[in-house]
Design a protein around this ligand. Structure first.
Ligand code: PHE
Length: 447
């Protein structure tokens, strides 16, 4: 556990790309579009941007600061700063990593399968039937396990040789693909209708607490906040880094990819006249509607679709890596477990938990509500209390010991103390109610 021997990023843009890789994933290209479609289009996007600025950025900077300051994984970092009493919050982070990665692996498995199938056979004519066949059961389980094995393999390679290498190689590819796809989508006939749908605002939606809940949960999910992923990555960072700058870079890249992905998805859907399907948006919708659009487009669709699925799979991999790294780093720091053993043991356990979602899509949805929304909001809320009230002003020196940017950092502290917890307390109530009604509907047959 000695900090002297702890692995570090190699400097340069390795850390930034890895952190952007964590943030950019299925959340941007699948969850964002489907949530925007479900929650009043631009109203959702506006609320999302506001929440990213008011809540996401402050929490991101807190995670970066605590991670680098402690130079340890979440559980140990919280103990380091707050004593044993705060260890359970680290435990909550690890739990969130378990739950999220378990179902994330299943979604990623679908994605990789689509990518491979698109290259080998093209997209099947009846996307709905195909999705029904692959989304649950042995096939979903097998692709999930394969994806998890790949994730475990990268994480066992370590920070520099595993995570950083993969991020350096893959993130530029993802960026080029997403921008290229958006440019292509702009040339489609239905593009304007797609944009119009995307940017039409039902302003009433902004006042709807369910939209607030989804936008806040999505901001945390997409930015990889509230479960120690950014904290863990920052723990391998050297002192010289300008953390506020990194926070802005990561958050703006993440938003850019989500926003541009919307510019791909909506024109495609409208060009092929499939908007009805998105209107009835459920978790699986994009996994049906988009493949249907690609199938209907013939040969071009096959190429475009394969590229889209590859971009999605790349994003999923670099995000899954960061989810696993939280759990693995905690085991390394806490039990002095060798990295390779920790990766296979814990990654294996998560993969097994994911089988629940692979065999039952209802469980996948439930795990997303609990892990992908409730646990992250709870984690972010607790972390803002910890950073803002338990640590307070001593945090400022951890960001810039030389007293730079004092005014901005003081404002940050005010946000962490008042604005972030106040907003998240409201969101928490709605997230808990939502998760509870999903649980009740499932086990007590209500709703
Ligand atoms: N941010 C990732 C995405 O958008 C998911 C994620 C959540 C990764 C939490 C790490 C931690 O797909």
């Amino acid at each position: 556990m000695s900090n002297g021997t702890r692995e570090k990023w190699s400097g340069g843009i390795g850390f930034t790309l890895a952190a952007v890789g964590s943030a950019v994933g299925l959340g941007n290209m699948w969850r964002f579009s489907y949530m925007a479609a479900e929650n009043g289009g631009a109203a959702f996007v506006i609320l999302y941007v506001l929440l990213t600025l008011l809540v996401g950025l402050p929490v991101m900077l807190a995670e970066l600061t605590l991670g680098r300051g402690a130079g340890r994984s979440p559980v140990q970092a919280l103990i380091h700063y707050g004593g044993r009493a705060w260890a359970p919050l680290g435990g909550l982070f690890v739990l969130a990593g378990f739950v999220i990665l378990a179902y994330y692996g299943v979604l990623a498995g679908w994605t990789v399968r689509y990518a491979v199938e698109a290259v080998v056979w093209g997209f099947p004519a009846d996307a709905g039937a195909h999705f029904g066949a692959i989304s649950e059961g042995h096939g979903a389980a097998a692709w999930h396990l394969a994806f998890m094995a790949l994730t475990i393999f990268v994480v066992s390679g370590g920070v520099k040789n595993g995570i950083e290498r993969v991020s350096l190689a893959l993130m530029p590819v993802l960026g080029v693909l997403v921008v290229g796809l958006a440019l292509y989508a702009a040339t489609l006939d239905g593009a304007v209708d797609g944009y119009r749908y995307y940017f039409t605002t039902e302003f009433a939606a902004i006042l709807n607490p369910d939209v607030l809940r989804d936008a806040a949960g999505q901001a945390f999910f997409s930015l990889s906040l509230g479960m120690g992923a950014i904290l863990t990555y920052a723990s391998y960072l050297s002192r010289e880094r300008d953390l506020p700058r990194e926070a802005v870079l990561i958050a703006s890249s993440d938003f850019a990819v989500a926003f541009i992905a919307g510019l791909v998805v909506f024109p495609l859907v409208f060009a092929l006249g499939l908007q009805e399907q998105v209107g009835a948006s459920t978790l699986g919708a994009l996994f049906v509607t988009l493949p249907q659009a690609f199938a209907d487009m013939g040969g071009t669709g096959r190429v475009i679709g394969a590229l889209f699925m590859v971009a999605l799979a790349v994003g999923a991999l670099t995000s899954a890596i960061s989810l696993l790294e939280v759990v693995v780093a905690s085991a390394i720091d806490t039990f002095a477990m060798p990295r390779v053993r920790a990766a296979w043991l814990l990654g294996g356990a998560i993969a097994l938990l994911g089988l629940v979602a692979a065999y039952d899509i209802g469980m996948l949805d439930l795990m997303d509500k609990i892990g992908g929304n409730l646990l992250l909001v709870l984690g972010g809320f607790s972390l803002s209390i910890f950073a803002g009230w338990v640590l307070g002003p001593e945090l400022l020196d951890e960001v810039h010991p030389d007293g730079r940017q004092r005014l901005a950092l003081r404002l940050w502290l005010v946000m962490l103390r008042f604005v972030v917890p106040a907003i998240l307390a409201v969101v928490l109530v709605y997230s808990a109610a939502d998760a509870w009604s999903a649980v009740a509907a499932r086990w007590f047959g209500e709703g």
